[in-house]
Design a protein around this ligand. Structure first.
Ligand SMILES: [Ca+2]
Ligand SMILES: [Ca+2]
Ligand SMILES: [Ca+2]
Ligand SMILES: [Ca+2]
Length: 108
């Protein structure tokens, strides 16, 4: 094999490797609010259906309210809508009755 052919072969392999890295890079992955998947498991998919999405470019379907923030705010081992029974939708402000503690706790 000629040296020039060998170099061309190596260059081609390098180009394929760079392309492969670019394809799996998160830069090219669609944002969570535009990937047609229910990333946070609340039953709503992508912007504008998921209330946690502020735009199609939002990288996270989670929102800021307690029923959609990915945390078990009231410590009852259930997190967000629909798992936490006090949450009636992902737009729910509290995981427990706000009259029962600060932060809200399950009423006893
Ligand atoms: Ca999504
Ligand atoms: Ca969702
Ligand atoms: Ca929560
Ligand atoms: Ca909870």
């Amino acid at each position: 094999m000629k040296a020039t052919t060998k170099i061309a072969g190596i260059a081609a392999l390098a180009a394929i490797a760079i392309l492969a890295v670019a394809l799996v890079s998160p830069v090219y992955a669609p944002a969570a609010c535009n990937d047609r998947a229910d990333n946070d498991g609340d039953g709503f998919i992508d912007y504008p259906a998921d209330p946690g999405c502020t735009s199609r470019k939002d990288k996270n379907e989670l929102g800021t309210v307690q029923c959609d923030n990915g945390l078990d705010d009231d410590g009852d081992n259930s997190t967000d809508y629909p798992d936490d029974t006090y949450c009636t939708s992902p737009a729910g402000e509290f995981e427990a009755n706000p009259l029962c503690g600060d932060p809200p706790q399950p009423c006893k």
